[in-house]
Design a protein around this ligand. Structure first.
Ligand code: ADP
Ligand code: ZN
Ligand code: ZN
Length: 737
């Protein structure tokens, strides 16, 4: 009988660990050498799955004769480095996720499918003896070839990635190889011990930037919130902090929002550093993704740039983590393992004892609060570093005005003027994630809840108004209670046809649509940006995507059609997100000689939130919102979790949540410090064929909430009803829908 058992995590929704016997043919001394984080092939039901070894132990939970043998070890080199494993285990606990699911989310797809993580050979281009002997100034008539030769004279070899950065197409190399001047060989890359880490000279920092850079201590764990307007020089700070990290022989990990990883961003990093920079972006196939991952682990990639899941990238010599646009929603995964990459970055940096830099022009209220409480170092850049001038913002009262598919007459006039002047215009449609409340177009009346200072949400099945803050319900009115108009409309609707309307109104002008669908595919966004960069007049129509990453220097007018949908969202984060979006969008437009204008259409021009945002800016708005959050007992002053349930039969989901609440209240009675809300219908109550409900938990302290959720999920897993509905837990939810 073997005396060692393998405790493993398996990708199933079950929240438990499993025991296996070692592979039949594996000698015990070899088993003893297996390390946590190793991937194993395991029989599971009738399937074969890839599991993660968590520990070796002497006693199993079940009698040994009921356990199955592992089928084999995929790779004795653990796929999880100790720090990444620890991070995932912590996160699985914190987010109440099944541990196997959390671990699988953290792995590149090919490893999940049982591949080994090894460096591959790569083609490398270098000069032949003949090429080295060529006199300077040869090949004058083929400037591209001459450029390539010159580049090769400065360095032992160039990789494909280098060629891409230098903008040398492979068609340039072929003739040189034919002439016997350049040769190509396949090699495994090894970490280079070059002394030079910079390809181009850094900018000279202005005094404010210099002061900020000095405050970033590279030798310890420290979270800094770098708060500076778009164009204030944050990225230059990142680049110089990374340069210092590289000079210490360490690596940098940079997280950016899903849509922020543009070719421009990547090139800016690659142009600056003479060391390998790899990007983990959605354009990569699984093989390329695994290659980048391995290169990071082996210390070949010195700068790793990626979106949310890059937080799990193994690093040989981690030196700094940077999260750009830290307020961005895409750092939170919204399904499966619902983690926040920004929050995990704090955990990982603290484990590794390295600095973390969170940067934004519009920091999340959570982060601002952490800075105010002294948990984060607060660094501000108040001046514009480049030459661009901030745009002016115009508030346009559209109450009782005739609207053409959402556009006021004045807005259309302004668009026409810019197009005549051969400028570009950006139309921002604010649609995702906002639940409709009811508004009177003639007087601006809103469907307020009688019991709290919140708007009620329009539900269609059955038609009624529902308050998501206190659960109060009432029927939909047919007329405006204030002015008796029939012009009652759900907010945030009526913009669907805006693009079509623009096509009809401006038939001569190119209308470019920027959203998830139009930019899918490797090169779609590239092509679109090229078109914009060509400088021809055009109207860009887009959603949230337009607010991130890209600069549109030729855009001189930005129109935000429906500010109200954000300001009066049923999601308590609506106003915060609206403020962030407005400033982010505004920051994308205009430049020194063509300053931009932003038109904000609203029915509520006199509302304190709108006024504060317009007159005093994002930080004043943030102060106001923080004050509100404190009074209304919401994050960052309280901790939230959602238990969601959905089912084709609504009564099952509701019953499940009632049961959950009753159970939870036995362990953690409602009190001033701990409250429950629900079961409530989700803002979008029906999606697909399913009816969706939620139960909210609100706690003054994290710990009791964590304890309760752990207990509750364990209980719910064994609940018969739990098998008939789809349910999930969301800790620190970012979207309440
Ligand atoms: P952010 O990341 O805050 O938007 P960037 O770092 O991209 O700001 O800087 C905005 C512009 O100003 C860029 O074109 C950048 O090259 C330029 N810039 C930044 N810092 C300096 C500096 N110290 N001197 C001159 N130009 C600068
Ligand atoms: Zn009215
Ligand atoms: Zn209410």
């Amino acid at each position: 009988m073997p005396t060692v058992f393998l405790q493993v995590a398996i990708p199933t929704p079950l929240r438990r660990r499993f025991d296996y016997l070692p592979p039949v043919d594996m000698p015990l001394e070899q088993v003893a050498l297996l390390r946590p984080g190793t991937l194993l092939r395991l029989p599971f039901g009738h399937q074969e799955v890839v599991g993660v070894l968590l520990s070796l132990h002497q006693e199993a939970s079940v009698a040994a004769n009921q356990l199955r043998h592992a089928l084999g070890v995929i790779d004795e080199l653990p796929a999880f480095m100790p720090d990444v494993l620890a991070l995932c285990l912590w996160a699985a606990d914190y987010y109440q996720s099944p541990v196997g699911e959390a671990l699988h989310t953290a792995l590149p797809a090919l490893l999940r499918q049982g591949e080994m993580a090894r460096l591959r050979t790569e083609p490398i281009y270098h000069l032949t003896t003949a090429g080295k002997g060529l006199p300077a100034g040869s090949l004058k008539r083929a400037p591209r070839q001459a450029a390539l030769l010159a580049a090769l004279q400065d360095t032992p070899y160039l990789t494909r990635a280098d060629l891409q950065i230098l903008d040398i197409p492979t068609t340039t190399i072929k003739p040189l190889m034919k002439k016997g001047l350049v040769a190509c060989s396949e090699q495994v890359l090894t970490p280079e011990s070059t002394q030079t880490t910079l390809r181009e000279q850094p900018l000279i920092l202005n005094p404010e930037q210099a002061e900020v850079l000095e405050k970033i201590n590279l030798d310890q764990f420290q979270v800094s919130l770098l708060d500076g307007a778009t164009g204030s020089g944050k990225t230059e700070i990142y680049l110089q902090a990374i340069a210092r990290t590289l000079a210490q022989g360490k690596q940098a990990l940079v997280l950016i929002p899903e849509i922020g990883l543009t070719p421009q961003t990547l090139q800016r990093f690659q142009r600056r550093f003479a060391v390998p920079v790899v990007a983990l972006h959605s354009g990569l196939n699984d093989r390329e993704r695994l290659d980048a991952w391995v290169q990071a682990r082996e210390g070949i990639a010195r700068v790793v740039i990626g979106t949310r899941s890059a937080i799990f990238t193994p690093l040989k010599e981690p030196g700094i983590i940077i999260v750009d646009e830290e307020h961005d929603n895409s750092f939170k995964q919204q399904d499966g393992f619902r983690y926040s990459a920004r929050d995990l970055a704090v955990m990982r940096a603290s484990q590794l004892k390295i600095p973390l830099l969170l940067g934004s022009a519009t920091p999340a209220l959570e982060s601002l609060n952490n800075a105010q409480q002294g948990r984060y170092q607060y660094l501000r850049l108040t001046r514009r570093a480049g030459s661009a001038v901030p745009p002016s913002i115009q508030l346009l009262d559209i109450r009782a005005q005739p609207l053409h598919e959402g556009f006021a007459q004045d807005t259309l006039k302004a668009i026409a003027l810019e197009i005549q002047a051969r400028h570009q215009v950006l139309i921002f449609i604010n649609r995702r994630g906002y639940a409709p409340t009811l508004q009177c177009h003639d007087c601006g009346w809103l469907a307020n809840c009688n019991h709290c200072d919140a708007r009620m949400t329009v539900h269609q099945q059955p038609r009624h108004l529902h308050c998501h803050h206190c659960d109060h319900q009432r029927p939909l009115p047919s007329r405006c209670p204030s002015c008796h108009s029939h012009q009652l409309q759900p907010l945030g609707q009526g913009t669907e046809r805006s693009e079509e309307a623009l096509r009809q109104l401006f038939p001569q002008t190119r209308i470019l649509r920027v959203d998830r669908d139009s930019t899918r595919g490797k090169h779609a966004m590239h092509r679109l940006l090229d078109e914009v960069q060509s400088g021809e007049p055009c109207i860009l129509v887009g959603t949230q995507m337009l607010a991130k990453g890209h600069h549109f220097p030729l855009v001189t007018l930005v129109v935000i059609i429906d500010a109200d949908a954000g300001l009066f969202s049923a999601d308590f984060r609506g106003p915060e997100r609206m403020g962030q979006l407005l400033l982010q969008v505004a920051g994308r437009a205009g430049r020194a000689d063509k300053p931009g204008t932003v038109i904000l259409q609203s029915h509520h021009t006199e509302h304190p939130l709108v006024q504060t945002l317009m007159l005093q800016g994002y930080h004043a708005l943030a102060e106001l919102l923080l004050h509100e959050r404190r009074i209304t007992q919401l994050p960052p002053y309280r901790h939230l979790a959602l238990l969601r349930a959905e089912s084709k039969r609504p009564e099952l989901a509701v019953e499940f949540l009632r049961l959950a609440r009753a159970q939870a209240e036995q362990w953690q009675p409602s009190s001033h410090h701990f409250s429950y809300l629900g079961p409530l219908p989700a803002m979008m109550e029906k999606r697909g064929d399913r009816f969706r409900y939620q139960l909210q938990f609100n706690s003054a302290q994290r710990k009791p909430l964590q304890q309760l959720l752990a207990q509750l999920t364990a209980q719910l897993e064994n609940e018969a009803l739990g098998k008939r509905v789809r349910w999930s837990i969301d800790v620190d939810p970012q979207e309440m829908n």
